[in-house]
Design a protein around this ligand. Structure first.
Ligand SMILES: Cc1cc2nc3c(=O)[nH]c(=O)nc-3n(C[C@H](O)[C@H](O)[C@H](O)COP(=O)(O)O)c2cc1C
Length: 158
């Protein structure tokens, strides 16, 4: 990739972080990990799910406390996060709101355990007027699995 590319990602347990690092290695793109306030999501999947569901019911989203760089400098932003309940994890929804005026290309990537659900469609649904490309979605305990070659061939199409 010869363009200005930024990788923004949220990762609670490190899987998306590993994928983001692999993308970073293959592209040389700038990379930034997003944080929510400490303790907002407990270190436990079930408890996180309860908070995620309660937030959904109450129309609440976690705050992203990481300062974003000037997004307009980048032609393409790759946005990575975990699959939560077959959908986009809420920190990524928060990010998409912060990015709503961005004019470049937005490219999702995600990691899940065994079912990607409707991640790509849900991402598009939350993206408003953002221009969304086809993403790279991998599972740790089912297919599609991550492989350096499948990642490389996806990156070549961007
Ligand atoms: C609240 C919550 C909901 C989840 N829902 C799904 C799901 O619907 N499908 C799935 O395959 N994995 C699901 N997972 C597992 C994560 O998507 C998976 O472990 C992912 O790789 C975690 O990424 P991270 O390590 O970057 O946080 C869920 C995890 C959490 C915490």
């Amino acid at each position: 990739m010869v363009r200005n590319v930024l990788i923004l990602y949220y990762s609670q347990f490190g899987n998306t972080a590993k994928l983001a690092s692999a993308i970073h290695r293959q592209t040389g793109a700038d990379i930034l990990r997003l944080q929510v306030p400490e303790g907002y999501f407990p270190d436990d999947m079930e408890e996180t799910d309860q908070i995620f569901k309660a937030d959904n019911q109450n129309g609440r989203l976690p705050q992203i406390i990481t300062e974003l760089p000037a997004l307009d400098y980048y032609d393409t932003i790759l946005v990575g996060g975990p699959v939560w309940d077959g959908k986009v994890a809420s920190p990524i929804i928060s990010l998409l709101r912060m990015m709503k005026d961005y004019q470049g290309k937005v490219v999702p990537f995600s990691t899940g355990w065994s079912d990607t659900g409707n991640y790509q469609a849900d991402f598009v649904a939350h993206a408003g007027k953002l221009k969304i490309a086809d993403g790279y979605h991998v599972l740790t305990h089912a297919t599609p699995k991550y492989s350096p070659s499948s990642l490389a061939s996806w990156l070549r199409k961007l």
